[in-house]
Design a binder for this molecule. Structure first.
Ligand code: 5GP
Ligand code: ZN
Length: 113
């Protein structure tokens, strides 16, 4: 499958992995938008959030808890951080394998751009 993140999972494209388990991997974004910018992705290829079904709730919860654990380990939990899911073109999605952005280490602004 011609998917960038599946190639990262397979090890065909190198990445700076910060955590991994049987369900997911987490690695640093190549073009960080904050001092800490990690992507958490499922090993299973799911193209967009619109492709999730009711059985994926556990996976999504696991990804979220992985992000909050990483935030603590990376020292941004108390100062604050942002978790972002982009979906499809107007949502700002460029890679069509779902991923959760963990951003921190600076003040975030609202509304988002
Ligand atoms: P999206 O815009 O789809 O929500 O986010 C995709 C993210 O993947 C972007 O923040 C982009 O910088 C990151 N990215 C794209 N290609 C690579 C890559 O080859 N390696 C890593 N580590 N991140 C990538
Ligand atoms: Zn994929």
């Amino acid at each position: 499958m011609d998917c960038l993140f599946c190639k990262i999972i397979a090890g065909d494209i190198p990445s700076d992995i910060v955590n991994e388990d049987e369900k997911l991997i987490a690695f640093r974004d190549i073009n960080p938008q904050a001092p800490t910018h990690v992507l958490i992705i499922p090993r299973q290829h799911i193209a967009t959030l619109n492709h999730l079904d009711v059985d994926d709730g556990e996976l999504i919860g696991h990804m979220t808890l992985s992000a909050t654990t990483l935030a603590k380990e990376m020292g941004i939990a108390d100062s604050g951080y942002r978790l972002v899911w982009n979906c499809n073109r107007e949502g700002g999605q460029d890679v069509f394998h779902i991923h959760l952005h963990l951003l921190g280490g600076r003040t975030m602004h609202w509304p988002p751009g």
